[in-house]
Design a protein around this ligand. Structure first.
Ligand code: 5AD
Ligand code: SF4
Length: 443
């Protein structure tokens, strides 16, 4: 048997890319690759790219340029580009950067083993198809090795919403849901390998409508099926669209014990005029009513969201409407971005907002979000939460995990293992995390 080759994967962007990188590493594992944390000793470097914001392609080209020296020293080194920039740029990547051997889109990475073999003959390999076959079916035999207590699991991919700023419908393609039985099987396998918390992933995860035993089932039904998996303790899902927040899913937040009280529900703007121009097909009011219903089902739920400021034609008044919405919702977490043009999307053609005004709005929004975030985090002091421990902390004897609400919690105590789920009383709130003391001695 030949000596193992080393694979270095650098992952950008969303959680789905993290999941995809894991699957790509597994696929190449069959070709004798083991992962390395350093590009310097790699036989293959794979950049798993993101195209969602800010000059994504340019960043990838400059990153690739940095591998020139390595490739000169090691002519057998193979360099690949995967993910959404690969999908969007395709062959252009090889034209602009000849040191690239392989370009693979997010829907074709099950073909990586053949593609890698092709590059070993000195040829280039390109695949940005949206193939008929299901990549997950081709990659269904996942390794059995033990792993950490949390995992991502893609249940749905692509998006049919076509928000006017977003490249996802073009790079990830149309909305496709995986069949429920395959997801349950994959979840069971993950649990057998030590996983206790699964985050279900999809660009539009709450639009999930995969094949169930008697026709298509909803995300809520899938969650109820997963709720039955012994050893699985926690279920999360991301990212959702307000219009797909069905009644059964809202209800599940109040009744399904393994579903965690945290919901990422991007609104993007608080101005109806801008929401319309974004093609969001909901209003600020309908979003606020929705949150009321979710909070009625699960009063302690922590909300999270995404915002774009400086969307074309956004006025100060529109921006104020966003600030008002944030005041009303009070997010525990929120991610805000300055609008950046994505060529090929409808908003790219419109009148752009003055960049200084957009910067100023971003700062004001982020200051407000940070204040709320901190208030919500501070309000945890004195409460008892359940923490799933994920790793050792920086201090001696310290362990770090996540509460139900996704806050990081540090605990100094003997006998806590990675993967333990324990009751912790919160004693202190710091800049980005909580500290607490152990209450229970087992789970
Ligand atoms: N400019 C700025 N932010 C964007 N997002 C998506 N496209 C753009 C863009 N062109 C943000 C949205 C989305 C998050 C993942 O990224 O807020 O919810
Ligand atoms: Fe992009 Fe999300 Fe809108 Fe789909 S719903 S187009 S993924 S922002």
């Amino acid at each position: 048997m030949s000596e193992s080759k080393k694979l270095f994967i650098k992952t950008y962007g969303c959680q789905m890319n993290v999941y995809d990188s894991e699957r790509m590493a597994e696929a190449l594992g069959g070709q004798g690759y083991v992962e390395t944390q350093s590009a310097d000793d790699a036989d293959m470097i794979l950049l798993n790219t993101c195209h969602i914001r800010e000059k994504a392609a340019e960043k990838v080209y400059s990153e690739l340029g940095r591998f020139k020296g390595l490739k000169a020293e090691k002519p057998d080194l193979k360099i690949g580009v995967a993910g959404c920039v690969a999908q969007a740029e395709g062959e252009e990547i090889m034209r602009r950067q000849p040191l690239v051997d392989l370009v693979v889109g997010p829907q074709s990475y099950h073909r990586l083993p053949e593609m890698e073999a092709k590059t070993r003959t000195g040829a280039k390999a390109l695949d940005t198809d949206f193939p008929e076959e299901d990549k997950f079916e081709k990659l269904k035999n996942r390794p059995k090795a033990k792993r950490g207590p949390t995992a991502f699991l893609t249940v749905q991919e692509g998006c049919d919403k076509f928000c006017a700023f977003c490249v996802v419908p073009y790079t990830r393609g149309a909305e496709v849901s995986r069949p429920a039985d395959r997801i349950i099987r994959e979840a069971q396998d993950l649990v057998d390998r030590g996983v206790r918390e699964i985050t279900l992933l999809g660009q539009n995860v709450n639009a999930y409508h995969g094949a169930g035993p008697n026709g298509d089932i909803t995300l809520a039904s899938l969650i109820w099926e997963l709720n039955k998996v012994d050893g699985l303790e926690r279920i999360r899902f991301t990212t959702s669209h307000p219009n797909d927040m069905a009644d059964d899913l809202i209800e599940a937040h109040g009744t399904c014990d393994k579903l965690m009280p945290y919901l990422h529900l991007p609104v993007q703007s608080g101005s109806d005029r801008i929401l319309k121009r974004m093609n969001r097909s909901h209003t600020a009011e309908s979003y606020l009513r929705l949150i009321e219903r979710i909070r009625a089902a699960r009063p302690d739920i922590v909300m999270s969201g995404d915002f774009i400021v400086g969307f074309p034609e956004e006025t100060e008044e529109d921006f104020q409407a966003t600030m008002d919405l944030v005041e009303q919702v009070k997010y525990g977490y929120a991610y805000s971005f300055k609008y950046s043009t994505r060529p090929g999307t409808p908003a790219a053609e419109r009148a752009q907002v003055d960049p200084d005004a957009a910067d100023d709005r971003l700062q004001r929004l982020q200051a407000l979000i940070t204040r709320h975030q901190r208030e919500i985090q501070d309000s945890m002091v004195g409460r008892t939460v359940r923490v799933l421990f994920e790793k050792t902390g920086r201090l001696e004897g310290q362990m770090v995990g996540k509460s139900e609400y996704l806050h990081s919690v540090h605990v100094k105590a003997r006998g806590i293992e990675v993967g333990d789920l324990r009751e912790v009383r919160i004693t202190d709130s710091g800049a980005n995390s909580l500290a607490g003391e152990l209450l229970s001695f087992g789970d």
